[in-house]
Design a protein around this ligand. Sequence first.
Ligand code: ADP
Ligand code: ZN
Length: 356
Amino acid sequence: MERVKIDLGKNSYDILIGKNLLKDLKTLLDGNLEQYFIITDKNVDALYGDYLNMLDDYEKIIIEPGEQSKSIDVMTDVLKQMLEKGATRRSGVVSFGGGVVGDLAGFCSAIYMRGIPFVQIPTTLLAQVDSSVGGKTAINLLHYKNNVGAFHQPAKVIIDTVFLETLPHRELLSGIGEIVKYGIIYDYDFFKYVVENIEQIKERNSDVMIYIIKRCCEIKAEIVSQDEKEEGLRKILNFGHTIGHTLEGMSSFSKYAHGEAVIIGMYYETIMAKRLGIVNDKYAERILGFLSGLGVDLNIDSYPVSGLVDWMLKDKKNVGGKISFILPVEEGKVKELLLEKNEVLKHMSFWDGQHR
Ligand code: ADP
Ligand code: ZN
């Protein structure tokens, strides 16, 4: 079993990574909490719900799968069920599912009785490398992604590669999007490793996956422990997300898996960086070449650039009416650029029609 420590003073916690960890769930969860409220979705419950039977005392709350569940209504329903089933401040919440379950369960645990502990058991690659680590919890309001939420660090994250075996291909690809991102923003050697091992990643080779998940968690740990609340460094994690989140929002979260939108976002944001002249062509082409080979449809002609920019203007990361972009500048490095609406329109003029 691999272990990554997230160092946040009294909020520190461990991420445990391995194959078949779930078999020891009872021991791993053992703590000083009275009762666990396990939040999961219908798909994960059907596939893995039986593992929970080894626990002595738990309540299960099952939600519908999909981003639509990250809503005020579902949140209210979960909180009511927790209350009715007797959750107290000595209870713990366990999120048992992908990023949707993790974000929702995390937010419920952050606000229930002003915050109770929670444990993350991420079951998608995306959640294992990204959303389960770092303490961001949220729901979506009015089609905007994650605009209501709280920082609430988990007590523990348990990552089992067994879950990856049943993951649909698109969900795997979605996780790969965030994995590639870590290389581009922070560790070029890791980017090269991902490029060289992409076939084994697609085949879900367990050793390769454990190495990759561990490295992503380490990178995220380094970034998050320097900047827990996104006041500076942490922003680099948003590479690909200015455009990615916009595409997700404009398509009402129904067209793209999150990481697919991030792949498209990184692709077009890299083109922007190239057009702005802040990255050399050769490096930009390497990123673009790899992203375009991943198998995600990069055609976004149905989203006119002006509509896209209007949407971006409402993002919570903007400062003084300017839109925040994280753009690649050199191998393993990115920087934030704040651009006025008109500048964005100009630099994205390639958008409507020909892309490169
Ligand atoms: P993400 O983690 O990408 O944010 P979701 O939480 O929406 O995404 O999960 C994506 C989909 O995959 C959901 O339909 C969910 O039920 C399903 N899912 C989650 N984990 C697994 C798994 N290990 N195997 C198969 N399907 C899964
Ligand atoms: Zn993301």
